[in-house]
Write a protein that binds this ligand. Structure first.
Ligand SMILES: [Zn+2]
Ligand SMILES: [Zn+2]
Length: 253
């Protein structure tokens, strides 16, 4: 029987660090197949992924049926006060499993994949918008503690890094753990949501507020959450808010 000494334990740890990526290679977040080293999604799934393409809503970035449509149904029914928006993928049966996985299992590889793709596709937008800082849509502290992280914050941190601008992960705070809001009308949802977000007290006397910010979240559906956060940021004194999400739901139209 082998006696495990401190030395053999250290060697095993070292060997593990070298061989673990080979023994446990990465799997495609969409189909689960093994990935070639360095890849983040398999080539077959990449081709199938529903990337958002033009024509897009001039406000939120959601695809619209016809290029003559300036705004999507949701933006027409409930006009938004953010200045513009972009999203990487449509939220459907192909993208949903990876998003759920991302919410509950912190996967650095997905953060990198989503943010690099966002920048690849939307850098011209970011150049026009010129955000000075990136802010995540916050989750309630209890929820963050339970999951260990906020996926929107992983995304916003990575985007801030890639763009080389400030990241303010704590500027917005979610003070109410909101219940599922499906039973409310959109207007009631917005009112409820607006009460849920506040500026963190440590930022209230911020001397030099950014003029333009990029607000980041994982999923955009009707835009009620983004709109609620935008209104709080506007009231705080940030003049222009742009939004950016990984997935966007198709319009109800
Ligand atoms: Zn795949
Ligand atoms: Zn829209």
């Amino acid at each position: 029987m082998m006696i495990r000494t401190h030395k053999s334990h250290t060697i095993r740890k070292r060997i593990g660090r070298i061989f673990l990526p080979i023994l446990f290679p990465r799997h495609c977040p969409v189909c689960g197949d093994l990935l070639p080293y360095g890849d983040k999604v398999c080539a077959t799934c990449y081709r199938k992924l529903p990337f958002v393409r033009p024509p897009r809503c001039l406000k939120c970035g959601k695809p619209v049926l016809d290029a003559s449509e300036e705004y999507c149904y949701d933006c027409k029914v409930f006009p938004k006060s953010f200045h513009g928006g972009c999203s990487l993928l449509l939220y459907n049966q192909l993208t949903q499993p990876a998003m759920v996985d991302y919410k509950y299992h912190n996967r650095r590889v997905l953060t990198d994949f989503y943010t690099e793709e966002l920048l690849d596709r939307y850098l011209p937008f970011f150049r026009i918008w010129r955000p000075e800082a990136v802010i995540p849509v916050p989750v309630h502290e209890a929820k963050k503690k339970q999951r260990g992280y906020n996926q929107a914050e992983l995304l916003s941190g990575s985007i801030a890094d890639l763009l080389g601008i400030r990241h303010y992960p704590d500027l917005l705070v979610r003070r109410i753990n909101t219940l599922p809001q499906k039973q409310f009308t959109p207007q009631a949802r917005l009112n409820n949501l607006q009460k849920a977000f506040v500026i963190h007290p440590s930022f209230r006397d911020m001397a030099k507020k950014p003029a333009r910010v990029l607000l980041v979240d994982d999923i955009y559906t009707t835009g009620a959450t983004m709109e609620a956060c935008t209104r709080v940021l506007h009231r705080f004194g940030i003049r222009q808010v742009y939004i950016c999400t990984v997935c966007i739901g198709v319009s109800r139209e």
